[in-house]
Design a protein around this ligand. Sequence first.
Ligand SMILES: C[S@@+](CC[C@H](N)C(=O)[O-])C[C@H]1O[C@@H](n2cnc3c(N)ncnc32)[C@H](O)[C@@H]1O
Length: 251
Amino acid sequence: MFELRLVGIGMGNPDHLTGSAKQALQTSDVIFIPQKGSEKSDLVASRRYICERVLERQPRFATFDLPRRDPCQPDYLKRVDIWHDEIANLWFETLNKKLPGGGTAAFMIWGDPSLYDSSLRIAERLKPLVDGLKVKVTPGLTAIQLLTAAHSIPLNDIGAPFMISTGRQLREQGWPEGCDTLVVMLDGDCSFNQLDGENYHIWWGAFLGMPNEIVISGQLHECADVIKNTRQKARKQHGWIMDTYLLKRQK
Ligand SMILES: C[S@@+](CC[C@H](N)C(=O)[O-])C[C@H]1O[C@@H](n2cnc3c(N)ncnc32)[C@H](O)[C@@H]1O
């Protein structure tokens, strides 16, 4: 029997780990650590660091390199579909190699496994390959919670909805209709640029929950350039950056 645990770990700070996450990692036979290229090696190191700091017993790790998405495939969804199949096959091989007689393997998922993370979709692809595979999720703190906490703001207005989207959607589709509060993730291009800054307020955060956390907020037209420059500088300094922002349209 195989059990696959997808454990939300928050944003790389050992204090973000819940008691349930600690328990799930501690009692796993092996922790899988996929590597996404050298620029993200900080993220691999932070997973190991969390285990050193938080777990009473040091786990067995299995590290493997993730395949890259095929840049020659022009259709984005098809590209991701093929890539997920490749990753599922890699998980399958690693499971058989590291746990030949069955057992429990865990992934330390950045933030929460349900938010802009494909591990659950990849685990679904593994089910037909692995007889009786059990998949268990442990929730974690998301970048959104870290952002609203860092700025001490509520996410939604009273009784009002909000939307979570990506930089790509904002760039390609513009401001979503019927929405006044928008959280934007996965944006490598400062897509807020194309909005009329006078009508929006922004709360931006990079490296949230980490020692190098940066937060900026204000009227979009007043701080768009400050955010762009800060982002560029921080990216150069660390080799990578992860940022999230909340926009509110003013009525
Ligand atoms: C693949 S998604 C993962 C989201 C994650 N599962 C969660 O629950 O927050 C990666 C995006 O999350 C956001 N993100 C992750 N870590 C962050 C951090 N420490 N600070 C700011 N944003 C972060 C960024 O928008 C980044 O592009």
